[in-house]
Design a protein around this ligand. Structure first.
Ligand code: SF4
Ligand code: SF4
Length: 210
């Protein structure tokens, strides 16, 4: 079997370590974690409904019927470590196995490794995927409708409350949880990306782990 690409290997390692650590946690801590991500999941639900209501037809017509979506290109998205944590937390063991098998059995092509005939294999896809709208879709839906444009801007601001470390944010907190548990991953961008580290330092967040 050919070696995995660096991208696939990093994804696989992250999924495995998250599964290992979560399975070692007592139920009380898992309950706490599920409670901790509740407001984020509510946010995701609202964004998803918005996308379904206003973009599903456009996306279907432009991309999915022709299978040329610019949204799901090969190795085209950044997956945050917190994306993996949240997805594993919400997935069944079989769904996680499917992700791992998909990464291992990847035969290349132009599409994201996680895209199959019925769509994305993630139960809760990465935030970058959820929030991506191409210019074509934005122009058709948002350019002419100030109310929808303002709603979308509100979602973008809310996304930053979970991901953008100018204050303590969920995505940073989830990385810390695993770092403190002795795990490490290149997907921990809030602890690895020089730009995000500078942003944290500027906002007095530093490298502190609780
Ligand atoms: S957002 Fe744009 S690129 Fe993505 S599926 Fe919709 S129309 Fe296609
Ligand atoms: S993870 Fe899912 S939504 Fe994101 S690019 Fe891949 S198939 Fe598309």
């Amino acid at each position: 079997m050919a070696p995995l690409s660096e991208y696939n290997q990093q994804q696989k390692d992250a999924i495995l370590m998250v599964r290992q650590y979560l399975s070692s946690l007592p139920n009380s801590e898992l309950r706490w974690l599920r409670q901790r991500i509740k407001s984020y999941l509510q946010f995701r639900k609202v964004v998803n409904s918005f996308q379904d209501e206003h973009f599903a037809d456009i996306c279907s017509e432009k991309c999915f019927t022709s299978r040329t979506s610019a949204c799901c290109g090969r190795e085209g998205i950044i997956t945050f470590f917190a994306d993996v944590v949240i997805n594993v937390l919400l997935s069944t063991s079989k769904e996680i196995d499917t992700l791992l098998e998909t990464l291992e059995g990847d035969t290349g092509g132009f599409n994201c490794v996680y895209l199959n005939e019925s769509g994305c294999l993630w139960r809760c896809k990465p935030i970058v995927c959820e929030m991506f709208l191409c210019d074509h879709a934005k122009n058709l839906v948002l350019a002419e409708n100030k109310r929808l444009a303002s709603q979308w801007q509100g979602f973008c601001r809310r996304k930053r409350m979970y991901t953008w470390p100018t204050r303590p944010v969920l995505f940073d907190e989830l990385e810390v949880l695993f770092l403190n548990g002795g795990f490490d991953s290149p997907l921990m961008y809030l602890h690895k990306s020089p730009g995000l580290l500078r942003l944290k330092a500027k906002n007095g967040l530093g490298q502190k782990r609780s």
